[in-house]
Design a protein around this ligand. Structure first.
Ligand code: UDP
Length: 326
């Protein structure tokens, strides 16, 4: 019979690389695709020697060709931090629109099941908390986050259309804030920002008064939820995230304690359209997948801090936003 074959896009990124690890562990043949704009080959270089792993340097916004059979596609290619959207807005829109069209076409041709990475950003700056899947969202299409939010919303619509019109097997995961090893230290997200600042002996920059909330999920929990969703028979979107909600100010205090930094928090203006609250309602994931997060923040943050500490000093000191591969 041979191994089941899975295509993972965005494979050199934070979530994509952890998914590669998981599918390799489950004895799949993994075809890892990435254009390396925001991805980093170091995240997957340990897999290159394996006979059931192959890397394909390709931008999924252009026609995607994969020789041989394909059983599953996981679409995780996309810039995914607010700074990315500002720096590369057009690519962000293209991968969520042209990219998904190419991959849905590929899934049809190969008769493969496709799972797409959607996001809590489809809820925008939500007026209900926690957010259930039935909430339609509060999104500003022309704000700085619009290029990401609307691409992801279009991606969901396109995926559902292929499901209903072509009968394609599709899965949609709405991912809430996730953290863990292999996040980019300079991607502008709050966790790498705070830990990087602590490691360099700088003050921690809190945007706004820090009363906005987020709910942080450790990457291993997220991967488990995605794995279960792929093998479920549910085609509507499912939230995967950790409902343990905290304010960004409290989060800063936790990072100060964890790292033992002598620095303090300093307050800067809140970015445009920054959501005031975010917390997943995971009733559906619990009922459908028997899934809930297992790793608490204290444990997850400790592992993540060790990872960032182990990076080359030069990288820790290089605080300006960069793409490693440019
Ligand atoms: N944030 C902050 N300081 C930073 C980076 C981010 O206070 O140096 C805040 C940001 O304004 C937001 C929250 O932390 O309210 C989470 O930001 P992130 O970019 O990680 O993800 P988001 O959930 O906003 O997409």
């Amino acid at each position: 019979m041979g191994r089941k074959r899975v295509l993972i896009t965005g494979a050199a990124g934070f979530l994509g690389s952890h998914l590669c690890d998981r599918f390799i562990r489950e004895d799949f043949h993994v075809i890892a695709m990435d254009n390396l704009i925001t991805g980093d080959l170091r995240n997957i270089e340990h897999l290159f020697k394996l006979e059931n792993f192959e890397f394909c340097h390709h931008d999924v916004s252009t026609y995607v060709n994969v020789p041989g059979k394909l059983d599953y596609i996981l679409h995780f290619a996309s810039p995914a931090s607010p700074i990315d959207y500002l720096k590369i807005p057009i690519q962000t829109l293209k991968v969520g629109s042209l990219g998904i069209h190419n991959l849905l076409g590929l899934a049809r041709k190969k008769n493969a099941r496709i799972l797409i990475a959607s996001t809590s950003e489809v809820y925008g700056d939500p007026t209900v908390n926690p957010q259930p899947e039935e909430y339609w969202g509060n999104v500003n299409p022309v704000g700085p986050r619009g290029v990401y939010d609307e691409a992801k919303r279009f991606q969901e619509a396109m995926t559902m259309a292929y499901h209903t019109f072509h009968g394609l097997e599709t899965r949609i995961v709405r991912i809430f804030n996730t953290y863990g090893p292999r996040m980019r230290l300079n991607d502008g997200r709050v966790l790498p920002a705070f830990i990087g600042q602590a490691l360099r002996g700088e003050d921690l920059t809190v945007f706004g008064d820090g009363s906005q909330t987020r709910s942080f999920c450790y990457v291993d929990d997220l991967v488990e939820g995605i794995y279960r969703l792929l093998f479920s028979d549910y085609a509507l979107p499912v939230n995967i995230g950790n409902p343990d909600e905290i304010t960004i100010k409290q989060f800063g205090e936790e990072i100060i304690k964890l790292t033992g930094t002598k620095q303090k928090m300093v307050f800067e203006p809140l970015p445009t359209d920054d959501p005031k609250q975010r917390r997943p309602d995971i009733t559906k994931a619990k009922a459908l997948l028997g899934w809930e997060p297992k790793v608490d923040r204290a444990k997850g943050l400790k592992i993540t801090y060790e990872y960032f500490k182990s990076l080359p000093e030069q990288e820790i000191q290089h605080k300006d936003f960069t793409y490693y591969n440019k």
